[in-house]
Design a protein. Sequence first.
Length: 170
Amino acid sequence: MESKEQREAEFQSFDREHRDRLRRYAYYLSGDWHQADDIVQKALTKLFAAWNRVDPGGAPAYARRIVTNVYLSHRRLAWVRRERVTDNMPVQRIEGPQEEVELRLTIAEALDTLSTRERVTIVLRYWEQLSVDETAAAMGCSAGTVKSQTSRGMGKLRRLLDGTLVPVSA
C-alpha cells in the first residue's frame, strides 16, 4: 500500500504535467481565463480527493471529465447566465500577425453563441482531438448525442463564420 506522501507526490507530479493543458481546455469551454482557473482548481481538488482510486494511465481522461462536469455545473449557476457582454467591441483591421489574433477572437465569439453541450462537444472533438467515443465518455453521454451535438454546433459555426477564412491544418 502506498503511503500518503507517495500519493501526494504522484498527484503533484500529475498536476505539474497536466494543469496547463486542463486550463487551456477549460478556457476553450468557458471563454474566460479566470473562469478556467476556477474550474481547473475545483476539478483538481475533486481529483485529489479520488486520487487513490484513479488508474494512473486513465488520470488525464478522468481529469478532463471532471473539468467538463465542473464547467457544466458552473454554467447552471444563475450569476453566470447574467454576466454576458451585450455590446460588441469595434474591430479595427490591422494587417500582419494581428490577423491571427483577430481570427481567434472571431472563433471565440462564435463558440460563445453555442449551447453549453454543443460547445463542450466541439472543444473535445476538435481542440482536444478526441474520438466520438472518447468525447461521449468525457461527457457522460452516448456517441449518438456527441454526433448530433457536433453536427448542430458545426452548422451554427459555419453560418456564423461564413466568409471568414479559417486556416485548416494538414
